[in-house]
Design a protein around this ligand. Structure first.
Ligand code: AMP
Length: 497
């Protein structure tokens, strides 16, 4: 199927050709005709699936009739509003809108907090058809009357689950109450908790469901590896891995702002060009850091989950979880930064024994066990393999995966996560909330279960693939301690014959 088959107007088809896209992705094939037909949409999809073009192209198609070259603000009413949880994601969507609307005289703007509001006001007063906004800043503009939403025809709520996590739902509800009742609404979310479904009920009318989340929960172009390591040796291991691939860029995820800054500092001192991006950094600084990373000037970007939303680099080869996320869905979000647009990527996780229960949660969600590789000299604490240790219980495990590991059979909900010590968790979620979330139903009104674990159609890449073939094990290797598969991908283990 081609983009032309989807019924898009020639100006948009030209923009798609200019962007170099040959054919629509699955979510685009599903979403574009539905949105063009004017239906509301409830879409389960992460970034990396082509979701942004999936809603932006048909949205532009629908409002293209308003395109005009007049200089009068009255001729450029706001027709589409796209809400995104973070500045970075909003900017990302804005870039897409600009890319796809380049052959149409439609105006767009991106408004977000943390920067001077006045230039945004001046821009809005010129008259803008497509406004991409973070919720808080949009409310500022509404209060200051710099935006008029009375002519909005299409509303998009992107990454609704992230909005919920960041506490934006009250803001969203206020914004909804200020929009015309007669409008088309699209809601995208990677997961559908009860709260999201409640919001969807308020916001959407007879929505069509788009199910791409399940199929693309984990891209098949990503190779996953876990390096068991003691928590005290993690930074050394990270530096070690990065030194072995001097030309490679990597996005490194941590859980807290504190660790974020410190780790970037440590890498810098170790001679590895690195910087940190997290919520406490000013917008200017975040933009500069992101630009340096995107342009390749910066080799390693250390980021928290919130700050990393919307980072879109097509050929980013490595995502490294310095710390595992405490919500399994965040693993999917994080690794969605690599393996994009058909490129191959590696998702590497440094896992200490304290984090094994999080690993079990992730493996339950993605429905396969991630191969484990101990990097020589960076062993985990002895209890990593101990029977009865948190998360994965059972017989002493080799570093590799074992299908009969009791962890694979023990329902994750029956395993109790322990409290972590860190006090500055950026996402503000605690174990209790997470437990509560797990207990909630994620089945949509029509019986569709958005949280159903991913079932790969053609097999997920679990570390052994054509793209990343295994190394022959070393003769000195103890088969009980070492898996049959190779060592660290960053050390050249995978990917070499
Ligand atoms: P998204 O899921 O919207 O964040 O998009 C992920 C990446 O895929 C972006 O870099 C897009 O430019 C790219 N992309 C979107 N649609 C297509 C397509 N049909 N073919 C190839 N790449 C695409």
């Amino acid at each position: 199927m081609s983009f032309a088959d989807l019924g898009l107007i020639p100006e948009l088809l030209q923009a798609v050709t200019d962007a170099g896209y040959n054919e629509p992705t699955p979510i685009q094939r599903q979403a574009i005709p539905i949105v063009i037909a004017g239906h509301d949409v409830m879409g389960g999809a992460q970034t990396g699936t082509g979701k942004t073009a999936g809603f932006t192209l048909p949205l532009l198609h629908r409002i293209a009739r308003h395109a005009n070259t007049s200089t009068s603000p009255a001729r450029h009413q706001t027709r589409a509003l796209i809400l995104a949880p973070t500045r970075e994601l909003a900017m990302q969507v804005y870039e897409s809108v600009k890319t796809y609307s380049k052959h149409l005289p439609l105006r767009s703007v991106c408004v977000y907090g943390g920067v001077d509001i006045r230039p945004q006001q001046a821009e809005l007063r010129r008259g803008i058809e497509v406004v991409i906004a973070t919720p808080g800043r949009l409310l500022d503009h509404i209060e200051q009357k710099s935006i008029n939403l009375s002519q909005v025809e299409v509303l998009v709520l992107d990454e609704a689950d992230r909005m919920l996590d960041m506490g934006f739902i009250p803001d969203i509800k206020r914004i909804l109450s200020l929009l015309p009742a007669q409008r088309q609404s699209l809601l995208f979310s990677a997961t559908f908790s009860d709260e999201i479904k409640k919001l969807a009920d308020q916001m959407l009318k007879n929505p069509q469901l788009i199910e791409v989340a399940r199929r693309n929960m984990v891209s098949e172009t990503i190779t996953h590896v876990v390096h068991p390591v003691s928590s005290g040796m993690k930074r050394n291991l990270l530096a070690h891995l990065l030194r072995h691939k001097p030309d490679t860029q990597a996005l490194v995820f941590v859980d807290t702002k504190l660790v974020c800054g410190r780790l970037a500092h440590y890498l810098e001192r170790a001679g590895i060009s690195a910087d940190a991006i997290h919520g406490d950094k000013g917008q200017q600084q975040r933009t500069e850091t992101l630009e340096a990373f995107k342009s390749g000037k910066l080799r390693v970007l250390v980021a928290t989950d919130v700050a990393a939303r919307g980072i879109d680099i097509d050929e980013l080869p490595f995502v490294i979880n310095f710390e595992l996320p405490h919500t399994a869905e965040d693993y999917v979000h994080r690794i969605g930064r690599t393996g994009r647009a058909g490129h191959h990527g590696y998702a590497i996780s440094l896992v200490s024994s304290e984090e094994k229960h999080w690993l079990a949660e992730i493996e339950k969600l993605i429905k396969f066990q991630i191969p484990q590789e101990i990097v020589p000299g960076f062993d985990p604490d002895p209890d990593f393999h101990e029977a009865g240790s948190r998360g994965q219980r059972g017989r002493r495990s080799a570093a590799g995966t074992r299908p009969d590991d009791e962890a694979a059979r023990t329902p994750a909900s029956s395993r109790t996560p322990d409290k972590r010590r860190d006090g500055d968790r950026e996402r503000g979620r605690d174990d209790t909330r997470q437990q509560a979330r797990r207990g909630r139903s994620t089945v949509a009104a029509d019986g569709f279960d958005f949280s159903k674990p991913y079932e790969p159609a053609s097999g997920v890449n679990t570390g052994v693939s054509d793209a990343a073939p295994a190394l022959t094990p070393s003769p000195q290797t103890d088969p009980l301690r070492r898996p049959k598969r190779p060592i660290a991908v960053l050390l050249g283990g995978l990917g070499k014959k």
